[in-house]
Design a protein around this ligand. Structure first.
Ligand code: AMP
Ligand code: ZN
Ligand code: ZN
Length: 311
């Protein structure tokens, strides 16, 4: 098997493209796709200060690595969703990685907003579904830290498989608002919203894993135990079945959306009315944002007094 580009011995064969490549040309191919996403969607420029939300999983570690390699000023943000040995270890791993790649790491502790509870414990008290509550807390805190620390953009590790499967789910349920917001860039539409981007949107998850392994980028192998059985996984499975029958189907499904979105939805692109939350000032479509409403409910259920962040 020869590298398609230089004809030297290939060491990988990218199954989604049926493409054999040597090590050097695999890295080049992979990084070019990240550059393409940044340029095509106008994600950021060289002067922008970028905050990368880093969970310790392969996607966010890789996106941080590649952005710094491409010469961007990119720092990391790790959100502690609870306490304990595993979380401490993850934080240590990310801290060491930050040192290796030369970026700053910010650590935000979600439990101080949840009266000392982990997001999982809080969902028990609130009787909510773990994934959606945890996701809301992460999104809220990523945005808040980015705004408060003056970053221009927030980057996450969402990859092609994530975005295509989410799009499929939204289309299956004809959730037009969500379909419109499946775009890989969300612009700043409120003074307390940071611009959000997904630089790995053109990269398959399999290739990201391969890239992390070959570059010896450390990452957590296990996924969140509460996400097992999540509906998003069913859509991912459906797309991978399709992909194994029709190579490139996932990419072509997602790129079709990118190409057609404006034509499909131009006439009735509705704008959402954003208010500032009466409690925290961050944007919301209600009077009080979902994050603050959750905290209020949590406080009541725990029988605590209203007070400062920790109180
Ligand atoms: P997930 O929702 O777990 O699939 O994660 C999607 C993206 O959110 C990841 O690629 C990260 O960029 C970011 N993320 C998830 N969990 C955390 C965390 N605990 N701290 C910082 N960023 C996170
Ligand atoms: Zn080559
Ligand atoms: Zn609020």
């Amino acid at each position: 098997m020869k590298c398609r580009i230089c004809k030297k011995e290939a060491i990988v064969k990218l199954k989604h493209y049926n493409l054999p490549l040597c090590e050097e040309h695999f890295y080049e191919f992979f990084e070019k796709r990240v550059k393409k996403a940044i340029g095509k969607f106008g994600m950021f420029s060289n002067d922008d200060r970028i905050l990368v939300a880093v969970s310790g999983g392969k996607d966010s570690m890789v996106v941080w690595y590649v952005l710094r390699k491409l010469g961007y000023e990119a720092d990391g943000l790790f959100i502690r969703l609870g306490n304990g040995e595993n979380i401490d270890k993850t934080q240590e791993m990310i801290k060491d990685f930050a040192k290796d790649i030369g970026g700053n790491l910010i650590v935000e502790d979600a439990t101080r907003y949840l009266y000392g509870l982990s997001t999982f414990e809080a969902t028990r008290v609130l009787r909510r579904s773990a994934c959606s509550f945890c996701g809301m807390v992460k999104r809220y805190l990523m945005n808040k830290v980015a705004v408060e620390m003056g970053y221009d953009v927030l980057a996450t590790g969402h990859n092609l498989d994530d975005e295509a499967s989410q799009l499929l789910g939204n289309i299956l349920h004809w959730q037009k608002g969500y379909v419109l917001r499946s775009w890989p860039v969300l612009e700043k539409t409120h003074e307390k919203f940071v611009k959000k981007v997904k630089p790995l949107v053109l990269n398959y998850e399999d290739d990201i894993k391969l890239y992390a392994e070959m570059r010896k980028i450390p990452f957590l192998k296990e996924t969140c135990p509460f996400s097992i059985g999540a509906t998003s996984k069913v859509y991912k499975k459906m797309l991978s079945v399709l992909e194994s029958d029709q190579r490139g189907a996932m990419l072509s499904f997602y790129m079709g959306y990118i190409r057609e979105k404006d034509d499909f939805f131009k006439k009735d692109e509705e704008s959402v009315n954003l208010n500032s939350c009466e409690i925290c000032g961050y944007p919301t479509t209600s009077k009080v944002c979902y994050f603050c409403r959750s905290r209020e409910k949590l406080r009541e259920r725990l029988g605590r007094k209203r007070g400062t962040i920790e109180g």
